[in-house]
Structure formats: structure tokens, C-alpha cells
Design a protein around this ligand. Structure first.
Ligand code: SAH
Length: 328
């Protein structure tokens, strides 16, 4: 729901200011139409139905994986693709993976979104509408900005959405923003805004390899990015999550685990999440389970905490940009 448009429509209808709050509260709790908002006058409900679309996004396509993961592909009113994913875990966690941009201006070589054309930044309402789509079905409790786009290039809208996620049931401490290492954004997160978690897509500790995988590394080299992460961690008193995609024969050797461990100092500041690669059209293959386990053991041997991410939704191409990339 376009919350700016909603406020305007309510003002034009001469409604008191609290109406906007009422509409939002219903929406955040999972209402699926204005019709359900029984504390609004019936005439206002029908007026809103005509003037403010219930969602800024139109559902284009949906896929459900055998493990319960659901992926939705939406279109904005100007025809831009947007993806979001709901991951269901046995422990009750219901985690949303949200997009901050349609497409992405960065060109990470392993990522399906990076290979797409960049569209534009999403508005806070377009981000919230991804979450609300799933909230209308069931209770949700975690969110990560690991869908399409670089959240720190659209930080105002991302933070505005984060401010409202608690009303959908997602605590700020259960919300994580993932970045390629866009230093100005990391610095801003250290200074103000909600106390969200920070995740860094690291993927290679050697400069030349990281630049090859993630050209943004030429602009913000890893040592400087890690320093910004340490400063964020000190300011927020929270650890930084490090994402490391496991690419067969590219970044999964023993020495590379040692180099990663050496870069991640002090070790208490960082928690590594090793990510099995979801194949895309790019020329990469995922590391074997044995290689991932060995890499993890090498990190732990060097004092770095590391976990292996559960693979979700592999049969529906649930990784960033994959659904949009295979459509049309
Ligand atoms: N731009 C931000 C947010 C995008 S999410 C960032 O780069 O952090 C990026 C994450 O998506 C990566 O860290 C990685 O964990 C995941 N990812 C991207 N492509 C993937 C693939 N093909 N398989 C598995 N994970 C992938």
C-alpha cells in the first residue's frame, strides 16, 4: 500500500489524522482488503478501495519448493520485477528475504541479479508490500535484505521499511541488512537508524579474487570495509555476519580459509555463514558438501565461528535474482 498516497487520500476525504494509523494497523496485522477494517466508516472503505490500491505490487508468479520455501515474483506499477521469498524452518522461524531494488547496479559475477539490468530503487511501501504479501498468509518473525539489490544504495527507503516491520511481527533485532560492503552506508548504520543486524557479503579474502567476483571491491577494498564493520560492531555492540558463498575451485581451498580467518580480527566481532551456491547461468559450480565442511573446520581451527547455511528452495531457483532472471 502506498502510504503517502493513503495519507493524501485520507486528507482529501477530510478524515481525521488517526485514520491512517487505523488502516496501517489492520494492514500490518494481515488484513487482505479495506473491507475487513470494521472500525472505518463503510463509505470511507469503499472510497479507499477505489482510490488507493491495496498493494503497490502485482503478484506475477509464485513458486513453492518441497521444503516449504515460497518465492513470489511481483511487478511494480511501472512494470519492474521484484522478488521476495518466505523460508519456513522447523524451529518455527518464518524468515522473509526482501528486495531493496529492482535489479542491481553492482555486477557481482556469481549473482543472477547482478547480471540483470538495473531498474530502480524501491520505495518503502514497495518493500513493505513484499512482506505484507506473506504476512497475509501467516505470522512472520525474521527478515533479511538479501533479495534483489544493494540495500545500502537505497538506505532511506530500507530504514523506513525497517521501522515498520516490528508492527508486522518482525523485531528489529530479527532484521538483517546484507551489503557488498558499501562503506558510506555501513557508517550511516553505525550512527543512527533502527538497531538492525549487519551482514557482509565477503566471498573472498584476497583482493584480486574479490575484485574479480565483486567489482565493487575496487571502489571499497576489503580492509577498509572490514574496518567499517568493526566500527559498526563497536558502536552497536553486535557481531557482524559474514556471508561466504562456496564456489568450487574458486574460493574453497584450505589456504583461503586461513586467509579469511586472518582477515576477520578480532574473531569475536565476526560470525561466518558459509553458503552453498545455487547454480545460475554464470560459470560457477558450488563446492561439494565435503569441501564446505573442510572449509568450516579450517575456520574453526583458527578461532572463527562458522556455520553452514541450510539450503532452502533450491528446486525453485530461490537465490537472489533467479526467479526474475528465468521469467519471460
Ligand atoms: N547486495 C547485497 C544484498 C543481496 S543478497 C549483498 O550482496 O549482500 C546477496 C547474497 O545473496 C549473497 O551474500 C549470497 O549469500 C546470496 N546469493 C547470491 N547469489 C547466490 C546464489 N547463486 N546462490 C546462493 N546464494 C546466492
Amino acid at each position: 500500500m502506498d502510504l503517502t498516497l493513503l495519507d493524501r487520500a485520507l486528507a482529501e476525504a477530510g478524515e481525521p489524522r488517526f485514520r491512517s494509523r487505523q488502516v496501517w494497523e489492520w494492514t500490518a496485522r494481515g488484513a487482505s482488503s479495506y473491507g475487513e477494517m470494521t472500525n472505518l466508516p463503510a463509505t470511507l472503505r469503499s472510497r479507499l478501495e477505489e482510490s488507493v490500491a491495496f498493494s503497490t505490487l502485482r503478484l506475477e508468479r509464485e513458486a513453492r519448493a518441497g521444503d516449504g520455501t515460497e518465492k513470489a515474483l511481483f511487478e511494480t506499477t511501472d512494470g519492474r520485477p521484484v522478488e521476495a521469498v518466505l523460508m519456513r524452518y522447523r524451529d518455527g522461524r518464518r524468515s522473509l528475504c526482501l528486495s531493496s531494488q529492482s535489479g542491481c547496479p553492482l555486477t557481482c559475477t556469481f549473482c543472477a541479479t547482478g547480471q540483470m539490468k538495473f531498474g530502480r530503487n524501491l520505495s518503502a511501501s514497495e518493500i513493505l508490500d513484499q512482506a505484507l504479501h506473506f504476512r497475509r498468509r501467516e505470522a512472520v518473525n525474521h527478515a533479511v535484505f538479501m533479495g534483489m539489490g544493494e540495500p545500502l544504495l537505497n538506505l532511506d527507503a530500507v530504514l523506513a521499511a525497517c521501522e515498520r516491520l516490528p508492527e508486522l511481527g518482525i523485531a528489529t533485532s530479527h532484521t538483517a541488512i546484507s551489503t557488498v560492503g558499501w562503506i558510506p552506508g555501513i557508517e550511516r548504520l553505525a550512527e543512527d537508524g533502527p538497531r538492525v543486524r549487519l551482514a557482509l557479503s565477503l566471498h573472498a579474502a584476497e583482493e584480486s579474487l574479490r575484485s574479480e567476483l565483486m567489482p565493487v571491491n575496487d571502489r571499497y577494498p576489503l580492509p577498509e570495509v572490514l574496518q567499517a564493520c568493526r566500527d559498526w560492531s563497536a558502536a552497536r555492540r553486535l557481531p557482524v555476519f559474514v556471508e561466504y558463498l562456496m564456489l568450487d575451485g574458486v574460493n574453497d581451498r584450505y589456504e583461503q580459509a586461513v586467509a579469511l580467518a586472518e582477515a576477520l580480527t578480532p574473531a569475536e566481532t565476526f560470525k561466518v555463514n558459509l553458503i552453498p551456491y545455487n547454480p545460475t547461468d554464470a560459470d560457477f559450480a558450488g563446492s561439494s558438501r565435503a569441501a564446505i565442511a573442510a572449509f568450516r573446520a579450517a575456520l574453526e581451527e583458527h578461532g572463527v565461528r562458522a556455520t553452514v547455511r541450510l539450503t532452502r528452495g533450491r528446486d525453485i531457483d530461490a537465490a537472489s535474482g533467479q526467479l526474475a532472471a528465468t521469467t519471460g
